[in-house]
Design a protein around this ligand. Structure first.
Ligand code: ZN
Length: 437
């Protein structure tokens, strides 16, 4: 399998650490000198950029949060004068002001290269026709991938989102080989194809490059079997750059996405205590940008829950891998004083032998009766979960509750609900409904 930038992606770990340190020092200098926010933060600690003599020194600095970035609205976080900024994007961020990201001309070139790495790792080459269904707008969504495709020399069809019937028609007529979308939109397209009587196996699709929301192995299997393609995961983070931060290679049996560590320095921390976690443990990903000129980030808390893996990969890339995004640290819900990550519930459900790989749609409802919290897990009914005999049904749900309790330390009520009553779209149907608020 091809590697877009072998020199960087197969660099020896020692050489990489040296490069990271040099770039980190340059980033800290730039941030300290040009961004008031960072100068104030460093000064409070008595930390000067030259105090960073090793990669471990970074841990002495405080985290940067989305709230911090939003406070800098619109240009306070820029580390270059506006005349050097050639592109401005913004993200909706958390409630409050949007987060504005600037890109210098060099930042944009880096972005295209990193997206090209991700596309190449997914098996895309210059002969491909790539349909980008992500949005072209203020959000970074489509842009990085778009320029990455052009840099590779493949053909890009910038459809943007929506108009599913037209997407399917273009896919058929233009002989699209690569779909770029969110995992849920890939399934929307599969639904449309069925409704329109278009057989996916007669199309030319071979790869889907998916990102933008947490998804599961079960969803991957569903997308692959319904669209007749290989569904590849990659990690897009708008505050860090956009698409192309990390991407899966052909060795998908080793879970994880190669992180472009020469541009982003990763840490994984316990989201509650902020203590650093060793490789392999699930925690919140913290990234420091190493090359970004316009909008550098120092220890940015992504809110994404991942595991880091430094084990060598047979593909030859030496870059560490992050696991698929297993949830959001801010999605943690506290029931009876216990932190529950909704993603853990999803993992248990996805692992049930009864469902034969078709992961059920589920939702957590938290409420209070008297002074006691309760947790209800609602699951859309599907084959394998439903039994004609009431007693068998009740036994099954009890068994499932006990199984969930082993994983999340709280025994939930498990309730089956009508198919389709929990929407796939995160916007209209949050994973957690908290009735206590
Ligand atoms: Zn690999």
């Amino acid at each position: 399998m091809a590697i877009f930038d072998p020199e960087a992606e197969q660099m020896g770990r020692e050489e990489l650490a040296q490069l990271q340190l040099e770039r980190l020092q340059a980033t800290l200098h730039r941030a300290y000198k040009n961004v008031k926010f960072y100068k104030r933060r460093f000064d409070e600690l008595g930390f000067l950029p030259e105090d960073c003599q090793s990669l471990e020194d970074l841990a002495r600095l405080p985290f940067t949060t989305r709230h911090d970035l939003a406070q800098g609205y619109p240009y306070e976080m820029f580390a270059v004068p506006l005349r050097e900024v050639v592109r401005i994007h913004s993200s909706t961020g958390s409630p409050g002001a949007p987060i504005v990201m600037g890109y210098t001309a060099r930042d944009l070139r880096t972005w295209a290269k990193l997206a090209a790495r991700a596309l190449t790792a997914a098996g895309v080459d210059r002969d491909d026709v790539v349909q980008v269904t992500l949005s072209y707008g203020l959000l970074t969504s489509a842009f990085g991938v778009h320029y990455g495709v052009e840099l590779l020399g493949a053909s890009v069809i910038p459809t943007g989102p929506g108009g599913s019937d037209r997407q399917v028609q273009i896919m058929r007529d233009y002989r699209t080989t690569v779909l770029v979308s969110t995992p849920s939109y890939a399934l929307v397209l599969a639904d449309r194809m069925e409704a329109l009587g278009v057989e996916a196996k007669n199309l030319h699709l071979k790869v889907a490059l998916l990102a933008g929301e947490p998804w599961t192995e079960a969803q991957r299997r569903e997308i692959e079997s319904r669209l007749f393609l290989k569904a590849m995961d990659h990690y897009a983070l708008s505050e860090a750059m956009g698409a192309g931060v990390a991407a899966e290679c052909a060795h998908r049996h080793l879970p994880g996405m190669h992180l472009s560590e020469d541009h982003f320095l990763p840490e994984v921390i316990d989201p509650q205590s902020s203590a650093p976690l060793p490789p392999g443990e699930l925690g919140e990903l913290v990234l420091t940008t190493l090359t970004k000129e316009a909008s550098p980030l120092v220890r940015f808390r992504t809110g994404d829950l991942v595991r880091l893996d430094y084990a060598p990969c047979p593909c030859g890339r030496t870059l560490a891998r992050i696991s698929r995004i297993e949830g959001r640290s801010d999605a943690v819900v506290i029931v009876k004083g216990i932190n529950i990550f909704p993603a853990r519930v999803g993992q248990v459900l996805a692992g049930l032998p009864e469902i034969k790989g078709k992961e059920p749609t589920y939702q957590l409802v938290v409420g209070r009766e008297g002074h006691l919290d309760y947790l209800e897990v609602r699951i859309e009914v599907q084959e394998g979960l439903f039994f004609d005999k009431m007693t068998v049904q009740r036994e099954f749900l009890l068994k499932l509750s006990r199984k969930l309790e082993q994983s999340i330390a709280v025994a939930p009520r498990v309730k089956l609900v009508e198919p389709g009553s929990i929407s796939r779209e995160a916007e209209t149907s949050p994973l957690v409904i908290d009735l206590r608020k």
